[in-house]
Design a protein around this ligand. Sequence first.
Ligand SMILES: Cc1cc2nc3c(=O)[nH]c(=O)nc-3n(C[C@H](O)[C@H](O)[C@H](O)COP(=O)(O)O)c2cc1C
Length: 193
Amino acid sequence: MLKKTCSNAVVMFALMVLVTGAGSASAAGSDDQSAPGAKKPLVAYYSRTGNARMVAKALGKHLDAEVAEIPSEKGRGIFTIIGEQWFWGDDRQKPFEKKLQDYSPIIVVAPVYLMQLSAPGRFFIEEVIPDGSEVYVFTTSGGPLAGFTKKGIEELVAESGLIAKGVYGFQAGKTQEVFDTEVADFLKKTPVR
Ligand SMILES: Cc1cc2nc3c(=O)[nH]c(=O)nc-3n(C[C@H](O)[C@H](O)[C@H](O)COP(=O)(O)O)c2cc1C
């Protein structure tokens, strides 16, 4: 009887050591951005008229992240946009300037056109970001980000072999200063890491 009680105690102790050890391993794991060699976030944006660029700059500032433009080679008038959005025409892009494997998460900022993410954002997600990367998408749009547009972007990210960490929208038509404040407020409530 005493032997059984002792062996139960040993098993309990071993379990406790295992559980505590596992907890501290994950705390010191890849989530800790201050750990040596930890990956830094990167903001990659496409903007035609400046709003997505301002949101990207604000995210870069508040997350202490590098910011780089998605190098679309196409000029974009209304007919090109309609063609790309309704007929799923692809963008054409120069090679991206950063080695994306070195960054995490990758934060894509791009406008919504005709209720879908704009072609440069879609192409970047589908063709450029390495499989398995953790990805956030921030959109700019004339109105609030519609639920089905958000869902479509989440599906696009997942179907591209990436991990969707969040899809969020900012309304266009503001100054850099206002976007800075909005982004700072947003990040207080919704940590991006
Ligand atoms: C052809 C076209 C289609 C657009 N479609 C939408 C739309 O479906 N929903 C929306 O809220 N905004 C729409 N917009 C507004 C854009 O999303 C907004 O102008 C954009 O976020 C500006 O981004 P930028 O300044 O970085 O280019 C559209 C704009 C254009 C030019």
